[in-house]
Structures are given as structure tokens and as C-alpha cells.
Design a protein around this ligand. Structure first.
Ligand SMILES: Cc1cc2nc3c(=O)[nH]c(=O)nc-3n(C[C@H](O)[C@H](O)[C@H](O)COP(=O)(O)O)c2cc1C
Length: 467
């Protein structure tokens, strides 16, 4: 278990999974281009020691590969094992503990001393609307009705020294509308540079009303220490590198935010976003700014989303108690609007696979593709899924395309721009029954050797001298 980002970086370094970049690099596009090359090569996490004009470092690409997840979580590197570990933690959260003093408050800037560009904030991509400090920032808000905190990663653009434009969609969008309806300012804290379990937990799509910091506690095996903000009624992880405290006024004018090079691999549209007015910035001595390059998969956010959303969606689907459900995986290269693969036991009645498809749609607002397969298919093995799609599906019978009036995301590049304005988002979905059940006939026998034939050769395996 790692107490903070720094101890995890130390462990990565020991295993050659982190590279210290020592020459000076430019925050203006150079860091983004380096990171792109490294993602494309499945390379190490990057610690930029000297960013032009800055003395404090920047780290990116920290949770980019299953190997680094396994180290953070203490489990196998198989994606299924990682997702199951996170899903189990979400089922048994451990509430955080509140501490009185914290490393994240070693330095406190308030009023005129607040300056976001004190930190080496990159301009990640050429067409970005500005410099984004929130690319891996945990945005903490709370429900004004229940007081329960919510955390998720939402992008944040630096507007000036003490103002941020926030992409307030999904659960933050709902909570912000709740605060607006009460005519009150919404407190927001953005936490940058946390221990890896907390970062992973923040991406779990837990239902509104579930505080994901409890999931972090379960992943860590002990309560997450948190501290009260200095200027807002919110609590933040005590060992974070940087905390941006602020609020969004109920009558705040919206600002142009973006474009931003999105995880879909396309630029999103300029968005009308609410503004966070900062009330304090707190940080550790010699803070490490953590960020990541969004953009065409594969990248760090591919893994974060695939794991967090798979774990959240599987937990919600299981709660529906549909019989025979086995496993669920949101593929890593599907983005904007996911491809969800679900495996199930041999169906018990006609229409069960369609029920599962409807169950996924009911539970996830971004699930453009849902593919249901039998449990002889390993859903984490792309080759097996493709085989099921090509041999078990008759398109006219097994593919179900919805009308174009379904809930969608503003980031789906295939949707018409008129349908991409939050909260008025529309799109269509496709469900595929790639099972062999209830198709009106028996599939031909498969060509694999029988279990007896296999066990006979397994018993003599060493003798063959093949390995
Ligand atoms: C690197 C990264 C950046 C993200 N940026 C955004 C964003 O700008 N807007 C958004 O709605 N979701 C974004 N997400 C997805 C949310 O963080 C994710 O859906 C999370 O579960 C939301 O938490 P919540 O539902 O508890 O609020 C991002 C995820 C990652 C990994």
C-alpha cells in the first residue's frame, strides 16, 4: 500500500517503470509530444525534472499499463484480476478517517498570492483552448441534500491566476444543478497528485451518493486519511501534492472552455462551462504536479476508464440479479462511447441476452456497443470475442440498433454537433447477441479436441520436449 504519489513513484523507479527526464523541456507542446511517443510505445511513466521557467517537476503517464496497476493494487497483471479487485473494493468500502494536520497543507496561498501558473502546467496539444491543470485532478464536490461527497476526474482549464473552467458534466453536472436550484455556491476542491489507489477509485463509476474515497480505503486496506480544506467545507486526501479550493457561484456566467484534445482521439467542441473562483491553493513542499495526455488511445486514461467503468458497471448490473451473469469488460480501445462485452452462462430462456443488453443500457449512459457472449469466450481476449462475433451472429437476427433518441455523451465524434450540447445529448446504440443460445437450431460441433484427448497429451507433455 502506498501512502502518497511520491512513494509510488519511488517503487516505479526501482522497477525501471519510471523515467526521469533531466534536460529542460517546454510546457508549450513539447511535453505533450514526448508523452504521445511514449504512450505509443507502452513506455514508462515520465518525471519531467526541469520544465522551462519552473523549478517544480511534472509527472505524467503514471498508471499507463496493467503492470503498474498490479503494483499499485497488489494483484496479478491480468485485466480481469485488476477489475475484479476494484469491483470487490467498491462492494465493501472503508470510510476515510479525518486528520487534523496534513502534508497537503504545508503551504497555503490565499487571496492575491494565488497563482495557478506557479505550477508547470502544460499546453498539451496544439489546438487546445489553453493550459489544462486538471487532466488528472480529482474534482471533489458534495450533494447539498445529503452532504455526501463525490469525486471524479473532470478536466479543468486555467482561465487566469485564480479561475478555472470546469467541464461540469455527469455527476458533477447533476450536483451543480442541485446547488443552483438552492441558489447557493457549490464548493469544489481539485486534488492533484494522490496515491494510486485513490486515483483508481476516483474513476469508478459508483452511483451518485457513494463516496469513492471509501473505495480507495478498501483498495488500500485501511481508511484514507483526509483533512478539512482551509477555505471550503470539503475534505481532501491528506497526502495530496496540490489542492485547489474554490466555489462556483449559482449565477456564474458560463465561459468558453476548450477545445480540448479528448480521449476519443478528436478535439471536443468549445464548451460553455462554469467557472471555479479559487479561494485557496494548498500544496506540499516542492510539489509534484501530476497530469496526463488525453488523446487517441492507448493512453493512461484508456486504462483508468476501462478499469473504473468496468468495475462500476459490473457492480450495478449484478444488483439487477439477472440470472447467469458472469463477467463484464469495457474494452480499452473503445472510447467516447464504450464497447461493453458481457459473458453469461448458457441462457435459461429466450430473450435473456437482450435483457442483459437492456440492463447495461439502463445502468450506463455511455454504452454504444454491448456484446453478449457465452462464458466459453474469454472477454479479455480480443481474438476470442472477434471469433464469437464472426461465427455466432447473424446480423439480421442478432443485432439490435436503437432509435437515435438515446442518452449519449457530448464527446461522441460520430454524433451530430447539435446533439452534443450538455445536458441535451442524443445518440443511438447497438446490442449484439453473440451467444449460441435460442437461435432456433443447434450450432455444429466445435473442432477442439475432447477433454479426454487433451488430458492424454497433457499427461505426456514433458516427454514431448516441446516447452
Ligand atoms: C484522465 C481522465 C479525464 C477525465 N475527464 C473527464 C471530463 O473532463 N469530463 C467528464 O465528464 N468525465 C471525465 N472523466 C471520466 C470521469 O472521471 C469518470 O466518469 C468518473 O467515474 C466520474 O466520477 P463521478 O461519476 O463519481 O462524478 C475523465 C476520466 C479520466 C481517467
Amino acid at each position: 500500500m502506498f501512502d502518497d504519489l511520491r512513494s509510488f513513484l519511488g517503487a516505479l523507479k526501482e522497477r525501471n517503470l519510471l523515467c526521469h527526464v533531466r534536460p529542460e523541456v517546454d510546457w508549450d507542446l513539447e511535453i505533450g509530444a514526448i508523452q504521445r511517443r511514449v504512450f505509443d510505445r507502452d513506455g514508462p511513466a515520465l518525471f519531467f525534472e526541469k520544465v522551462r521557467g519552473y523549478e517544480w517537476p511534472l509527472v505524467s503517464g503514471v498508471l499507463g499499463t496493467p503492470e503498474r496497476y498490479a503494483l499499485a493494487l497488489g494483484c496479478e497483471t491480468h485485466k480481469g484480476a485488476i477489475i475484479r479487485k476494484v469491483e470487490a473494493a467498491a462492494a465493501k468500502p472503508i470510510a476515510p478517517v479525518i486528520v487534523k494536520s496534513a502534508l497537503c497543507q504545508e503551504n497555503v496561498d490565499q487571496g492575491a498570492s494565488i497563482d495557478l501558473l506557479k505550477f508547470p502546467v502544460p499546453k498539451w496539444r496544439r489546438l487546445d483552448g489553453g493550459r489544462y491543470i486538471g487532466t488528472l485532478g480529482l474534482v471533489i464536490t458534495k450533494d447539498p441534500d445529503t452532504g455526501v461527497q463525490n469525486v471524479g476526474i473532470y478536466r479543468e482549464q486555467v482561465l487566469d491566476r485564480n479561475r478555472l473552467g470546469l467541464n461540469a458534466t455527469q455527476q458533477v453536472g447533476t450536483l451543480w444543478q442541485k446547488w443552483q436550484r438552492k441558489g447557493k455556491a457549490m464548493p469544489v476542491a481539485t486534488v492533484i497528485g494522490v496515491d494510486p489507489c485513490t486515483l483508481i477509485a476516483s474513476c469508478v463509476q459508483a452511483p451518485l451518493g457513494v463516496d469513492e474515497f471509501g473505495i480507495s480505503g478498501a483498495l488500500r486496506g485501511s481508511p484514507l486519511p483526509m483533512v478539512r480544506c482551509v477555505s471550503q467545507e470539503l475534505e481532501v486526501p491528506a497526502t495530496a501534492e496540490i489542492v485547489l479550493e474554490g466555489e462556483i457561484a449559482p449565477d456564474a456566467a458560463l465561459t468558453n472552455e476548450g477545445p480540448f484534445g479528448e480521449f476519443t482521439g478528436y478535439y471536443g467542441m468549445v464548451t460553455q462551462s462554469p467557472v471555479i473562483d479559487l479561494t485557496a491553493v494548498t500544496f506540499r513542499n516542492r510539489p509534484v504536479l501530476q497530469g496526463t495526455l488525453e488523446g487517441k488511445p492507448p493512453n493512461e486514461s484508456t486504462m483508468l476508464r476501462s478499469v473504473g467503468h468496468s468495475a462500476g458497471a459490473a457492480a450495478r448490473l449484478r444488483r439487477m440479479n439477472l440470472p447467469g451473469l458472469r463477467d463484464l469488460y469495457i474494452t480499452d480501445m473503445s472510447c467516447a462511447n464504450f464497447m461493453v462485452i458481457v459473458s453469461m452462462e448458457k441462457q435459461f430462456y429466450f430473450g435473456q441476452a437482450r435483457q442483459v443488453i437492456e440492463g447495461v443500457w439502463a445502468n450506463m449512459h455511455i454504452a454504444k456497443w454491448v456484446v453478449v457472449v457465452n462464458d466459453d469466450i474469454d472477454i479479455f481476449d480480443r481474438r476470442q470475442v472477434e471469433w464469437a462475433l464472426s461465427t455466432r451472429v447473424a446480423p439480421h437476427r442478432d443485432i439490435w440498433v436503437t432509435p437515435a433518441n438515446q442518452v449519449n455523451t457530448n464527446l461522441d465524434p460520430a454524433a451530430h454537433p447539435d446533439d452534443r450540447n450538455y445536458p441535451n445529448l442524443r445518440g443511438s446504440r447497438i446490442g449484439i447477441d453473440a451467444t449460441v443460445d435460442f437461435k432456433g437450431f443447434d450450432f455444429p460441433p466445435e473442432t477442439l479436441p475432447s477433454p479426454e484427448e487433451f488430458s492424454r497429451v497433457d499427461a505426456r507433455w514433458r516427454e514431448y520436449g516441446i516447452d
